[in-house]
Design a protein around this ligand. Structure first.
Ligand code: AMP
Length: 213
């Protein structure tokens, strides 16, 4: 099963992608996570990506597409994958389609998690991420047991640099301009399933399972 997750930043793509990956036993691949790992390790790729990420802009396709195609060529992707945060532009979607077509394959489902902008802004303001293990939570909707401390590993919870309010607005603008056209792209491919992302995490997951089965 090959799945891409669509939706604005903060729509819940990451959370749902993790659940889908577990349900179907396929890897969860987040380009944002790959970039953040590179930044943490001070790689050249990480340094380049950081320039764009900190501004709420997209990392250029020349960097992103090759990186993602290399990742899905790895062995663990033989039976499929859930892509979270890729594609984010039409050229990315076209490159992915072309690469899969070479192997007579295609994306089976594009799950679009629909959430209005005002809800996104409220959600992202309360989002916290663990500085140690990367787990995310929300101070209102999914609060940690102890304030400022990660439930999973005890690490310190911080605000991700690109979750700062002005960056959130910029990321939403980038989303509407560059990424929203992918909804039509996958509709034309006949693989789009839209779900209501304003519901609880469990309800959204049930909607997704209903659509995928
Ligand atoms: P995410 O964790 O998916 O919200 O991604 C965080 C940031 O990484 C984005 O705001 C972009 O700057 C960058 N990024 C992640 N995925 C992509 C992509 N497919 N294309 C371009 N930039 C990306």
């Amino acid at each position: 099963m090959k799945i891409v997750m669509l939706g604005a930043p903060g729509a819940g793509k990451g959370t749902q992608a993790v659940s889908i990956a577990k349900e179907y036993g396929i890897p969860h691949i987040s380009t944002g996570d790959i970039f953040r790992a590179n930044i943490k390790n001070h790689t050249e790729l990480g340094m380049k990506a950081k320039e764009y990420m900190d501004k709420g802009a997209l990392v250029p396709d020349e960097i992103t597409i090759g990186m993602l195609l290399d990742r899905i060529a790895e062995n663990d992707c033989k039976n499929g994958f859930v892509l979270d945060g890729f594609p984010r532009t039409i050229p990315q979607a076209e490159s992915l389609r072309a690469a899969l077509l070479l192997q007579d394959q295609k994306i089976d489902y594009a799950v679009d998690i629909e959430v209005p902008d005002d809800v996104i802004i409220e959600r992202m303001g309360g989002r916290r991420v663990c500085s140690k293990c990367g787990a995310t939570c929300h101070i209102k909707y999914n609060p940690p047991k102890q304030e400022g401390i990660c439930d999973s590993c005890g690490g310190e919870l911080i605000i991700r640099a690109d979750d700062a309010p002005e960056t959130v607005l910029e990321r939403l603008k980038t989303y509407h301009e560059m990424t929203q056209p992918l909804i039509d792209f996958y509709k034309k491919e006949g693989v789009l399933c839209a779900v209501d992302g304003t519901k609880t995490q469990a309800e959204v997951f049930q909607q997704i399972l209903g659509a995928l089965n």
